[in-house]
Design a protein around this ligand. Structure first.
Ligand SMILES: [Zn+2]
Length: 177
């Protein structure tokens, strides 16, 4: 009887531990940015500039996407735009004010504009994009109520971009004149 009790107790205790571990993971910005980096890795594998995004609502991922400009022959197919479309479709409304977007690289002005219209609650990005990022143009493109966090897993995002451009240069140099 005691053994049975111990077994039940152990099972309940391990379930509790698993639940709290899972909960801690889900509440962490780093955890969600890792998910966005996984998406960026998919972009890299298909020859796209490696940028990935996820959108969360109540600590649950409701959309995942990666840059698909080349694949879809669409200059607007940035990770953020695809994620907004997927999230609003999933949630059944045009506003994402209770959602957070995790994106590996600073959004461009087009994406910042789309995030404005979606009234996104929070944007978390990894690496800065000095050339094409919205901050260079106008920080107020984002909605005034949108919270911004930056620099989460920045180096991992930069490493992915570096490996893409290195491979591209190698490829371009090997092309016949
Ligand atoms: Zn963009």
């Amino acid at each position: 009887m005691n053994i049975l009790f111990a077994m039940v107790f152990f099972h309940l205790y391990s379930s509790f531990l698993f639940y709290t571990m899972k909960k801690d993971k889900i509440l962490d910005d780093t955890y969600f940015m890792k998910q966005a980096l996984e998406e960026a890795q998919k972009a890299l594998q298909t020859g796209e500039i490696p940028i990935g995004a996820v959108i969360t609502c109540n600590n649950t991922i409701v959309a995942r996407s990666f840059n698909q400009v080349e694949t879809l022959h669409d200059p607007t197919a940035h990770a953020e735009i695809l994620a907004i479309t997927a999230a609003t479709h999933h949630l059944g409304g045009k506003f994402l004010d209770r959602c957070t977007l995790y994106v590996t690289v600073e959004p461009c002005p087009m994406c910042a504009g789309a995030l404005f219209w979606a009234r996104i609650g929070c944007v978390v990005f990894g690496a800065r994009d000095e050339k094409r990022g919205y901050l260079r143009y106008h920080p107020e493109i984002m909605h005034p109520r949108t919270k911004i966090k930056r620099g989460i897993l920045e180096n991992e995002a930069i490493n992915l971009l570096d490996s893409f451009f290195k491979t591209k240069r190698k490829h371009d140099n090997n092309q016949p004149e």
